[in-house]
Design a protein around this ligand. Sequence first.
Ligand code: ADP
Ligand code: MG
Length: 395
Amino acid sequence: MRDIIAGELGGPTVFRDRNALTYEYLPERLPRREEDMAKLSRIYRGLLQGGGAAHVLVMGDVGTGKTALARRFSEDFKAVAKERGVNIEYTHVNCRRRSTEGAALLQILTHFDPRFPDRGFSNTEMLENLRKRLERLEAHLIVILDEVDVLLKKSGSDLVYHLTRFNEEASRARYSVSLVMVSQMDARTLLDEAAQSTFGRTNVLHLEKYEKSDFAQIVPYRVELAFNKGAFPLDAQDAAIDAASAQDVGGARYAVDLLRKAGQNAEDAGRSKVAPEDVRTAAATELLSDEKLEDLDRHKQLTLLAIARVLKKGGAFATTGEAEEAYALACEEFQEKPRAHTQFWTFLKELDSQGLVRTRRSGKGIVGTTTLISLPDTPAHVLEEKLLKLLRRVA
Ligand code: ADP
Ligand code: MG
């Protein structure tokens, strides 16, 4: 059997660094975001000039590079600050996973002390602990609150309020906390009045969707990072640029998924070069990244699960009634209280606008008119499996 394993390992590989196409990977450069990087630098310039904290909201659709930009900026800003003798620390909080003030604070403290106990401290105590650490280190902390709308909706504005108010107590700006809020929506609308006044209204960085000319730079760069020289030829890159710009949702995230999948297709076929057809096959099958599903609220995941289950039975579409019935069952299965009909309807509309389902009004013939729901490109059973995995993981 060892020869089988060895044989498989010895096959041609197109990848130089497969890791460079994972979600955690943070590229050195972000082509087409140079101007946004410059804006962030101007917003935070004060930190290097003895000034105080600054806050910003980074807004944009899925795959516009919000997370990558916030992390890249913090990382590089920290390095530049260090050369100038200023101690910047930063930490990235995924508010979808850490959706309460306590969970987020714990993650921030873990940045300073990986063994910080995960229970036994109140929020007030954790805030005080953080303040003492920053004071001792004379550090300016940048907290990236990613997908912050999830936390704000679930737990209110306390975290933002407490962290931003910190700076009022800091003596002569020797330490501070700055927030980079990241969200697909205008998260300021979710802040209560007190938090709004400490967060400030001014700094918003709106990341526009990438267009073809952007992908024409992003794709070759990501190819260079991840693939062997010549393994992803220009004609295949063009196919990827076309597919990414034709796709309405997913942005650069979609493009990166596509490159990985296309490379995998070539490798599975035992070839050492990616062909345009590998890209097109990838585009036809892998429109749905796991992360896109992960980004949905739990109830939208349940709605989608319900639709997948109805469609798995073989029909071309699900009616709203069928979907809502399956949704109620799915809620029961995952111990959630089903939302009211109007809310369910909103979930459908939002899933539609995100390109995850397609809805249209039925013609005559079906009792009255109803809305018919279908899945644009994913086999229902694949979607069901992915959602079950997610729903079981984050209870
Ligand atoms: P968002 O947080 O807005 O959904 P991400 O920051 O997660 O988007 O970006 C999605 C993927 O695309 C990541 O793999 C990221 O590294 C990559 N990416 C985004 N913008 C660029 C860019 N300008 N150049 C290269 N890669 C990019
Ligand atoms: Mg993100």
